[in-house]
Write a protein that binds this ligand. Sequence first.
Ligand code: NAX
Length: 334
Amino acid sequence: MKTPLRVAVTGAAGNIGYSLLFRLAAGDALGLDQPIILQMLEITPAMKGLEGVAMELGDCAFPLLHDMVLTDDPTVAFNGVDWALLVGAKPRGKGMERKDLILDNGPIFVDQGKALNERAADGVRVLTIGNPANTNCLITSSHAPDIPRKQFMAMTRLDHNRSMSQMAEKTGTQTAEIKNVIVWGNHSSTQFPDIRHATIAGKPAPQVINDDGWYRDQFIPRVQKRGAEIIAARGHSSAASAASAGIDTVHTWNSGTPGDEWVSMAVPSELGSYGAPENVYFSYPCRCKNGDYEVVNGLDFDDFGRDKFKITGDELVEEREVVKNLLGVKQLQG
Ligand code: NAX
């Protein structure tokens, strides 16, 4: 049996946590031979609810769940952690854009960045899910000068998965046949879901779809605003699908991407050679191997794509400006 890995989940008593924790404990992210210790962080008023979640986790008798830590102290939650999934933050309510949340949620990530720096294991990998995810990732990493920027990532896998689902529906295919979609930029309504290099059953996706009007006027806005569509229908923001995308991200980051395939991950912008703004976390196509990842560089754009790329990059710069007083010392040099 392998040595257990310590996995921190913040916002553990929230909606995403309620789906994410059980799949982590079942081995869906790190493997069916990898025991884990869940270190769950909540704010003090939510600790009672967290105790209930822990009771249910216990009642599942997961063989891989070796221990649980429940705390409202980030330095306890991040003590010795190999993975940290930063979910805890306010979700968008009806009609809110992510930018409205930025100043509410930003300070959380200052403290958590410091606690990670002080307490996490060497080699910790940190996934930011709480919104605005890219900018929260920047804040967290900027307060963790001893942890390389590359070990932080913001989640755009949900947008990637949403794109695949829309393409499968349009073409009457299965998502398993759809490869190499790209989500560029910010996890927000400016993101650019790009099918130019994607394939469907091995053929170029733009040829199979053969409907540029659908791509530009329906597909892109629908993926960009899918979060709002879910809120309008459910009255709550996406939770199980977000948790599933979190599991997918950790799984891929840890165990790799098959063959030439890539997935979308928001990583330090300087790792890409596409002219994205410096010092933001920007979603790129990434290949993963041996627990590490690299950005797939050298893909081309048409003019339409180039414009979309710029819009989402500009928004990330605006968000960085909004939080500039929350940024720590470590920025580009990490
Ligand atoms: P919930 O409100 O259900 O849960 C959030 C939990 O975080 C609550 O239990 C709250 O007590 C806790 N929390 C708040 N501040 C905390 C702190 N300082 N430390 C620890 N815990 C804290 O929201 P939920 O639906 O779970 O969504 C969580 C976050 O994910 C939101 O910011 C949401 O917008 C974001 N999302 C991100 C997505 C992505 O693709 N990156 C998609 C889904 C989701 O919208």
